[in-house]
Design a protein around this ligand. Sequence first.
Ligand code: FEO
Length: 387
Amino acid sequence: MKAIEIKKGIYWVGAIDWDLRNFHGYLTQRGSTYNAYLIVDEKITLIDTVKYYKTADMMKRICSVIDPAKIDYVISNHVEMDHSGALPAIMEKAPNAVLIASSNGEKGLRRHYNKAWDFKVMQSGDTLNTGKYNLQFVLTPMVHWPDNMLTYLPEEKILFSNDAFGQHLASSERFDHQYPVDIIFQEAEKYYANIVLPYANQVNKALEAAAGLSIEVIAPSHGIVWRKHISEILMRYKKWAGNETGKKAVIIFDTMWESTTRMAEVIQECFDDKGYSTRLCHLQHHHISDVITDIIDAEYICVGSPTLNNNILPTVASFMSYLKGLAPAGRKAMAFGSYGWGGQSVKILSAMLEEMKIEVVESHRIQYIPAQSDLDELQEKISAAIG
Ligand code: FEO
């Protein structure tokens, strides 16, 4: 298990998590990596670590380059434990290392690990000289926690971006010219949608900061390192953070006896007829984290549930809770569903969407099994609402 050189004297010393399938509710069907980086200069610096159960992998990779005891600085760009889990182990191996973090990073790490580490707190614009290199720090709070910061190495034009520009993607390949780029972009989009989406304002500030830097390498803390497609990933982040939507409708639903399915299909056809790109997402078959990825550029979110015990189906409730947390702005919505007697589901869905500040432009319910005349009426209403 060896380090991989990303530029002369600068190494990836992270770990590959082939088996990861759940990252707090996000289906990581391609696994992930935890990327740590080692900069060998007069002073030796480690940037971020790995999840605790991958500590041995990181140590082996560091040991393939240097004795970990020689590490002078450990930079923690982010407290979350997928990046700080191996900190206790590395700080024990390198007892003289100074731990570099933002002010919130220091507070967070103290709360997580309760260790008497020697901290040095960085503000945006502060630098750290390691010999021939002068590392610069840019605080990027809420991309993805309050403690986040970026580390920039100007002499080599490398941006260590932590969660930003990352992807949950396990691979033996480390660089974007070595792996199918469509898959990297797909996973970067899913990562943005499921992790970064609520923080568009903060992402825009981070992008402004990045725009002033000359960048040859973006080294994120998950997935593939960007060398070839830097302008494209920056452009995509700009688009996602700009909340740009296209002519697209995502129809999300669950069903008991297929009546809500019939309604979902009619709604999809209405959007198809109006020239929209559509996605039909049955929640028993589509994971909520994939649905959110589809929503990232959708103008319409249409949610359907039959009424179950005066409520909505649990799968739809789970989706709505996830959607509320990620809070996509500027979308239009429709609520629909079948019912037997109470018929509360559509009202409940509409209220939930409105609470998320998503404008509900149409809602419709049908009792028991839709007759063709019911579906025709639905089709007319939906078509008129789309305009
Ligand atoms: Fe990859 Fe917010 O941690």
